[in-house]
Design a protein around this ligand. Structure first.
Ligand code: C2O
Length: 462
């Protein structure tokens, strides 16, 4: 290394330094927790908004096709952004809205994390409800409802066009734009990875598997939900950067609220598809769990999970019923042998024959794996029966499913229930006399494969 750099080399090294700094600032682990805790004090209890009408939320694909709807949505977010500038202390403003999410992902060390457990779905429902009421208030239009990003429809698996450009058609700033995305160029998310067939959360046999338990996250959160976050933040599915790819900054992207709108809709849709098995928890502790928000009049309120389960009568919205997937059959459970000393699972010849035999195609079969320890680094992980193939492909015969893990600014031990594909690849390996271990590997990094550790496993057929 020459001690004296040429002027040009010196400038180049400065540029390199600036680039490194920029990259470091964008890395989730270094984003400061700019999310002050909510005020203490006694909140007012939730009450149904007097006179609120039950109005259907619309898919973004319809909003995009309708200039009036597009303008209304843009105006709503512009007003939210303006409020954040004119009065930064107003709890309803844009930055404050984003901070609520940051605080609840433990970006602030004293904030209680509502992710990776059964509080995930109801907390985000309540958050979106107050967000929606605030936007309606700023618009002076009580009929405004948040649209949802219908990414479960293959044609909508890219960022909606109305979010992509910095300026709108009249050359004014587009309030739906966010520069911190990897997908503003309209790239398409790879088909099949959002809602894979057998392990589609919509087939989950019970709420524990769909939406989590007191200690486990659920299938929806750790597959489709995480995948859209990671992909919106960074299309290469690498450990992600701001905004959407990182829990404490995700609320700074307007698409966040439409993404969670779709998750909220999928929850309602999952309930609708099988009213016998797809029921919400009845645990009194869950129902009584309360969350605090500022409402559209700046009143500090607390809302219980029990208040958010009937959206039509209490929160003023509903969703059009979906038809994209068949209504799943009655769930039937079979036991799988799990040796916790060798970490091997084994299925009987009987089950193997059912999976491989005639008629197998008419059923959906998956393993439910409880208490799975999630990898601590963010990214997308592929899961296999036995060793991962050298090319880490998702189409390998022993591929079972994936985990999509968001970045967060703090170390985060988390467990999840997962649904894994129980078809041919698993049947052949798990029926051998010694059984098989489950493994996972990061889809896009050099990290070595590791054994998947979990507490319990069984097989479900529907
Ligand atoms: Cu609170 Cu999609 O995360």
């Amino acid at each position: 290394m020459p001690l004296i750099l040429s002027r040009r080399a010196f400038q180049a090294s400065l540029l390199g330094y600036a680039a490194t700094l920029r990259a470091a600032q964008k890395n989730c682990r270094t984003v400061p927790a700019l999310c002050p805790p909510l005020p203490t004090g006694t909140p007012q209890p939730f009450q149904v908004e007097p006179g609120i009408a039950n109005i259907q939320r619309k898919p973004l694909s319809l909003v995009v096709a309708d200039a009036n709807e597009t303008n209304r949505l843009r105006l709503a977010y512009q007003k939210l952004r303006d409020l954040s500038v004119s009065d930064p202390s107003d709890p309803r403003g844009w930055a404050q809205q984003a901070n609520i999410h940051c605080f609840r992902c433990a970006g602030n060390p004293s904030g209680a994390d509502i992710h990776q457990s059964w509080t995930f779905l109801p907390w985000h429902r309540a958050y979106l409800y107050y967000h929606e009421r605030i936007l309606a208030e700023l618009l002076g239009d009580a009929t405004f409802r948040l649209p949802y990003w219908d990414w479960d429809v293959p044609a909508n698996r890219n960022l909606p066009t109305i979010h992509r450009n910095k300026l709108d058609s009249a050359n004014k700033p587009n309030s739906l734009f966010d520069a911190d995305r990897g997908v503003n160029n309209g790239v398409t998310i790879p088909l099949g990875v959002i809602l894979p067939d057998n392990v589609n959360a919509m087939n989950a046999p019970d709420f524990d598997t769909f939406g989590g338990t007191a200690t486990d996250g659920g299938q929806l959160e750790n597959t489709s939900h995480g995948m859209i976050h990671v992909w919106t933040g960074n299309p290469r599915l690498n450990p992600s950067f701001t905004d959407m790819g990182c829990l404490q900054t995700a609320g700074r992207d307007p698409i966040f609220y439409a993404h969670h709108g779709n998750l909220d809709r999928l929850w309602a849709e999952w309930n609708r598809r099988d009213t016998t098995h797809h029921v919400n928890p009845t645990d009194s502790g869950w129902l009584a769990t309360k969350f605090e928000f500022f409402d559209h009049k700046k009143v500090y309120r607390s809302i219980a999970i029990g208040d958010v389960l009937d959206t039509a009568n209490k929160l003023g919205y509903n969703y059009p019923p979906g038809a994209a997937l068949a209504v799943p059959g009655r769930p039937r459970r079979s036991e799988v042998t799990y040796d916790s000393a060798t970490h091997r699972i084994r299925i009987s010849d009987d089950i193997k024959n059912q999976i491989l035999g005639p008629g197998a195609l008419n059923a959906t079969r998956f393993l439910v794996v409880e208490g799975t320890s999630l990898p601590s680094d963010p990214g997308v992980y592929y899961i296999y029966a036995g060793s991962p193939p050298a090319n880490k492909s998702a189409s390998a015969p022993n591929y079972l499913g994936f985990i999509a893990r968001l970045a967060a600014g703090h170390a985060h031990d988390a467990k999840s229930r997962l649904m894994l594909d129980a078809s041919k690849g698993l049947a052949e390996r798990a029926s051998s006399p010694q059984g098989v271990q489950l493994t996972y590997v990061a889809a896009k990094s050099r990290a070595r494969p590791a054994r998947l550790n979990f507490a319990n496993v069984y097989l479900v057929e529907r």
